[in-house]
Design a protein. Sequence first.
Length: 288
Amino acid sequence: LSKTSKTLIDNVVDVARGDEQIDEFTLEDIETMLIKADLGVDLSVEIVEKIKSKKLKSSQLRNFLKEEFENILDLAGSNELVYKENQLNIYFVAGVNGAGKTTLIGKLAKKFKDSGKKVLLAAGDTFRAAAEEQLEIWAKRAGVDIVRRDKADSASVVYEAIEKAKKENFDIIIVDTAGRLQNKFNLIEELKKIKNVIDKNAPNSLSECILVLDANLGQNGLSQAKVFKEALNLTSVAITKLDGSAKGGIIFAIAKEFALPAKLIGIGEKSEDLKNFDKKEFIEAIFG
């Protein structure tokens, strides 16, 4: 987060010194700076227009931005993962290949297991043997069960996981899914099919539909979110690889454009480096 902080705030302070009203040249600099921090063009322009209409002085800029960012995150909704007691909870995890989806699922499984929950993984990315193998390694590491059927129909794997979870009283199923964006139509149809299987065989069990995004992708994350939002009723995003990125601004862009709150962030390789997203902490990391 310190990289996002440096990109964002140092530049604000640098371009907006003194106590004069912010002029057109400075506004252009601020807009460039916000785009570089990955807030996206639309949101950056909107913020700059507000600064202009409010006739802000340089000394007011820091507080204005802090309030603006807080509001954006607040409007996207709660950052707490939904968990319903005394019933099956299914977490449907989507995202493109390479976003860190399978690793995030493994870490999330361990997090739930450590809190005393009985967890089952469903290896729904049956197209890539490597993804299933990776998930199996994580299942062993986390000490949780897995349903895996190489080359099987992904929806049938999820169906099998639901049946097993019902019989054996699991608290949680975490579903891994394919992420072949180059074949968009087939991917979307496959994801919809899995969701239908969940809705039909475990009604009211779908607690979260999480989109995993790589922080380094920046604005490409917005176009990915658009594709997956069309296919699924997404409830939240998980941002991975935030440790090596200046791209934390994507959290604001996604919150603003899609009303999707960030609920999980990955800040390193270890299991404990998957954190619940804390918006207050995130704002403080950026603004100090």
